[in-house]
Every structure is written in structure tokens, then in C-alpha cells.
Design a protein around this ligand. Structure first.
Ligand SMILES: [Zn+2]
Length: 296
């Protein structure tokens, strides 16, 4: 049995897969935001409950919003900042009595979808999580490409390319820079952009629902969002040239993206024709947990 834990900014999901990738067990709990020890306890509690209810012992892989620094072995680059500088894999291994493999959550998404999802059989898959943050990960030949600094695919903290008037220098980002792609294409990024244009506060989900209902200001905000996402992904395609770009995270549920963004991105992709597909994660928000399980 393979156990995968997806540690997100708002929820922790544990999933157990059998040898054929069938889901044996799945449960979700809220993330104890800001509290490292409580986060460890929540993960250990999920794994213990899972093993007791399934009646089997499993390997444990985990996806996190960030990664382990190859230089220090400590968590870096996490927008869940209470994880930063912690030896998360070792702390969990000690509590669970077995080694724990840890990878970036977008890498887990890319691995899951390359294994048996929207990128099955594809040579190169770029996985993107559009949620509270904006992560990216790469699977090549069905395996994660981690990179020398363990940041391969992390394009969310590059600047938004081909900026329009009013997009420079861009909003401040938690990473210390301004105008990062994440500040535009994350859920909070869409909210902020809409609020600046209208003076109204609304969540990304509310803005998308209002656009669908014909609200002109919300429609304009989603249009701006699509154009930004198209530019951000065009920059990736120009470097990596993936077969498939798979979207996960809350904003991946916005169906119009899969129609509109590929109609826009060819403006910036350096190619006469673009065959790269843009697809939602087949395994939805379980893809992170599934990819974590596939780390073993
Ligand atoms: Zn940033």
C-alpha cells in the first residue's frame, strides 16, 4: 500500500492506493495554519487512522507547497511559511517510524497526471497548481524532474511576461519581489485585481460565478486573468515545450480556461503551430495526494 499526503495551505488530504492505483482510503482535515507541531500531529493522525481502518502498513510520500533544500535538508520556498526552515521529512519519519519522501506539491501533481491522468503517455508534462499560490512542476518520461536546486518548474516567482500597461512593477509578493506570476494568477491574485478595478472584495470563486452570470466587471477580471495565464504559460512553453500542461488547484475548475487560454497563448509562443494541450487534472484535487503516493 502507498500512502500519499497532500499538505496544502488550507487542507491536508491523505490517500491510500493499492498496487493498481485504486483508492483504498481518503480523508481530509483542515491545515492547522501557522502551527508546525499541530501540522505534524494532524499528518500523523491521518496516517494512523488510515492504517488502522485499512488494516495495512504503507509507504508514505508527501507533497508540500515548497520543497526541501538540497543544501540544508530544510523546507524552503513554502508560502505556508510556518514550514520554512523545518526538517519536515525527518520530523515525520521519526514520528511515523519509517522514511518519508517529500516533494513539491506541483511536482506531485505532474507525476500523478503523467502516471495515469491527463498526461499519461506524454513525454513531458508541466503541472500547475492555481490555488492560494501558484506552483509548477515537471515530469519527464513519467518521473519528476527535480532539478539541481529542487526548483525545476517553479515559474510562479518569475515576473509576469510581456506586461501590459499598469502591470509594472506589479503587486508585492510574499517572496520579497514584486509582480511575480503568483501575484496575478493565484486565487488571491484574481481577487486583488478585481478589487482594484471595482472596489469590491470577492473571492476568486465568486468572481468566476459572477462572470458566468453575466456581470461585466467580473467578466473583465476573468478576461484579464486568462490573458495573464496565457502569457505566463507561453513563457514556460518557450523554455520546456511540454506535450501537456495540466492544471490543478481551485482555479483549475474554471472550464473556460481550457478553451480560452490556448486561443491566446499562441500570440507569445515562438512557434508557427502550437500542439501543446492544456487540460484539467483528471484526478482533480486528489492528484497531489496520488502523486505523493507515487513517490514510492
Ligand atoms: Zn514571488
Amino acid at each position: 500500500m502507498r500512502i500519499g499526503v497532500d499538505l496544502g495551505g488550507t487542507k491536508i488530504e491523505a490517500i491510500a492506493l493499492d498496487g493498481e492505483g485504486r483508492v483504498l482510503w481518503r480523508r481530509r482535515v483542515p491545515t492547522p495554519r501557522g502551527d508546525y507541531d499541530a501540522t505534524l500531529e494532524a499528518i500523523v493522525g491521518l496516517v494512523r487512522a488510515l492504517e488502522s481502518e485499512v488494516g495495512a502498513h504503507g509507504t508514505v510520500g508527501m507533497g508540500i507547497p515548497g520543497t526541501l533544500s538540497p543544501a540544508t535538508g530544510l523546507v524552503k520556498n513554502a508560502n505556508s511559511t510556518w514550514l520554512l526552515g523545518r526538517p519536515l521529512d525527518r520530523d515525520l519519519a521519526e514520528r511515523l517510524g519509517r522514511p518519508v519522501r517529500l516533494a513539491n506539491d506541483a511536482n506531485c501533481l505532474a507525476l500523478s497526471e503523467a502516471t495515469d491522468g491527463a498526461g499519461a503517455g506524454a513525454a513531458v508534462v508541466f503541472g500547475v497548481i492555481l490555488g492560494t499560490g501558484c506552483g509548477g512542476g515537471i515530469a519527464v518520461g513519467g518521473r519528476i524532474l527535480a532539478g539541481a536546486n529542487a526548483i525545476a518548474g517553479e515559474w510562479g516567482h518569475n515576473p509576469l511576461p510581456w506586461p501590459d500597461e499598469g502591470e509594472r512593477p506589479g503587486p508585492p509578493c510574499w517572496c520579497g519581489k514584486r509582480g511575480c506570476i503568483e501575484t496575478w494568477v493565484s486565487g488571491p491574485g484574481l481577487s486583488r485585481d478585481h478589487a482594484e478595478a471595482t472596489g469590491e472584495s470577492a473571492t476568486a470563486r465568486e468572481i468566476v460565478a459572477r462572470a458566468e452570470a453575466g456581470d461585466a466587471a467580473a467578466e473583465a477580471a476573468v478576461d484579464r486573468y486568462e490573458r495573464r495565464l496565457a502569457r505566463a504559460l507561453a513563457g514556460v512553453v518557450n523554455v520546456l515545450d511540454p506535450d501537456v500542461v495540466v492544471l490543478g488547484g481551485g482555479l483549475s475548475l474554471v472550464r473556460r480556461l481550457y478553451d480560452h487560454v490556448p486561443k491566446l497563448w499562441h500570440h507569445w509562443i515562438f512557434s508557427d503551430r502550437v500542439v501543446t494541450r492544456l487540460a484539467p487534472a483528471v484526478h482533480g484535487d486528489s492528484s497531489g495526494g496520488r502523486g505523493a503516493a507515487w513517490l514510492w
